[in-house]
Design a protein around this ligand. Structure first.
Ligand SMILES: Nc1ncnc2c1ncn2[C@@H]1O[C@H](COP(=O)(O)OP(=O)(O)OP(=O)(O)O)[C@@H](O)[C@H]1O
Ligand SMILES: [Mg+2]
Length: 424
């Protein structure tokens, strides 16, 4: 093939080609190169690359110098430098002209002395591949985000499921408690009644013994008196006489305590989920505290202020109990042992105010603004579902009550509820 024919092919080649000498003068540019440029240039041949591409020349110089110095080809990949030459894509993906993503090869051309006399730049249009690649990356990022959202949702569902399990557990504990309460009530009833009878009998017997002793002291033979007092001493009868009434009294107090626990358990177990009743808030507070006694005992001192009269509100007993549990447990969890838990219920004109205050860790504003969000918790994984206060919020709404929370880090937290008083 003749040189002229070869040059013709080079000129018509759909790939952009530009040849320069060491001084960076353009000695050849094919039609694809000149035609592809967005800058309109009359004729490129004989012009300095630096003048035609002033914005790109710093990068080009680096590449060109390295090729002249090392005699090795160099490459510019679209991902590092997408648009070396200001060209538009010959195959715009969108139908519009788009800026060409390009790979550029810098090829050394050697003379007969094996020196680099010229450098050939071959620019390939990779807009289609690049667009596809970029679309794929965007898709991947979107998928990843979706995946993360699904994972978050999954975690939330898992927590909700735990909460459901918890309430099922509470319900079955409730049933169990009702059964146990019933079973315990009968034996405790007769133990108590027997103890009361024993208390009466013991008082009588001690009385009789006292009198007998006085008679014996006066009228019996000294030998008999000596024998008897020796026996009394050996058996510790005096001690028994003084201790027996105390023992019976303590046992009766014990049965009283069992009775009150059983009552709390029955209250807890027999709540009617749907039933709206005129509820004495003070009584519910007492029963909640009795049920939480074990959690409270080593954690806090309770300062309780309840009204003398009934504090009646129109409410669902189970919900109000749950509200108290959730708020009191949070307060206990926020405290160092032995903190101070203040619960104050007061009757106002048309309302009943309930304040539950702790001197625990408190909350900053950021935390405070999120406490009613379902699943918001600052507790360790598995320790809190973050549903406690969300539930409280719903209960307050349902009862058309109001709630206000004040908290200060390091000082404590105060929940103030205001319920409409029930007037019958
Ligand atoms: N009395 C309080 N003192 C300090 N922080 C509190 C108090 N009450 C609630 N919080 C904060 O509010 C967050 C949300 O409370 P919420 O009762 O809704 O969930 P939880 O206690 O984390 O979990 P769960 O109640 O399911 O055990 C808690 O994690 C805690 O950071
Ligand atoms: Mg909680």
């Amino acid at each position: 093939m003749r040189k002229a024919e070869l040059e013709h092919v080079l000129v018509q080649l759909p790939i952009a080609v530009c040849i320069i000498d060491e001084a960076r003068t353009i000695v050849f540019a094919n039609a694809a190169f000149s035609g592809g440029l967005t800058l309109r240039q009359a004729d490129l041949t004989g012009r300095l690359l630096d003048d035609v591409f002033p914005q790109q020349i710093r990068f080009l110089k680096r590449k060109i110098n390295s090729v002249f110095a090392l005699k090795n080809p160099s490459f510019s990949y679209w991902q590092q430098r997408p648009h070396v030459f200001p060209m538009s894509s010959s195959r715009p993906i969108t139908g519009d002209e788009s800026e060409m993503y390009q790979n550029v090869q810098f090829i050394p051309l050697l003379d007969s002395a094996d020196e680099v006399s010229h450098l050939c730049m071959v620019i390939s249009d990779v807009t289609a591949e690049a667009s596809y690649f970029l679309q794929q990356s965007e898709l991947k990022a979107a998928l990843e985000e979706e995946h993360q959202q699904l994972q978050k949702l999954h975690a939330e569902l898992k927590q909700a499921q735990q909460q459901m399990l918890q309430s099922e557990k509470m319900a079955s504990i409730g049933q169990l408690a009702a059964g146990v309460a019933h079973e315990i009530n009968n034996p405790v009833g007769f133990v108590r009644s027997n103890l009361e009878t024993m208390q009466d009998y013991t008082a009588k017997l001690i009385n009789v013994m006292d009198r007998q002793q006085k008679i014996i002291q006066k009228q019996a033979e000294p030998r008999f008196i000596a024998l008897l007092s020796d026996l009394y001493e050996r058996l510790g009868v005096a001690y028994i006489q003084s201790d027996l009434p105390d023992l019976i009294k303590e046992s009766l107090e014990g049965t009283e305590r069992v009775r009150s626990i059983v009552k709390s358990l029955r209250d807890f177990a027999t709540y009617d989920d749907e039933g709206w009743v005129a509820l004495d808030l003070a009584a519910v507070i007492r029963s909640a505290l009795a049920l939480l006694e074990n959690e409270i005992k080593y954690k806090a001192k309770v300062q309780l202020e309840l009204p003398e009269q009934n504090a009646l509100i129109w409410a669902k007993a189970a919900s109000i109990r749950q509200l108290l549990f959730n708020v009191i447990l949070n307060a206990l969890q926020a405290m160092q042992p032995m903190g101070l838990l203040q619960i104050r219920c007061t009757l106002q004109q048309d309302s009943i105010e309930l304040i539950i205050q702790d001197n625990g860790c408190g909350m900053d504003n950021e935390t405070l603004s999120r406490i009613f969000d379902p699943f918001f918790t600052t507790k360790a994984v598995g320790q809190g579902t973050g549903l406690g206060l969300a539930e409280v919020y719903n209960i307050v709404q349902e009862h058309e009550a109001t709630m206000q929370v004040d908290s200060e880090p390091g000082t404590g937290t105060r929940f103030r509820f205001c319920f409409k008083a029930y007037r019958g």
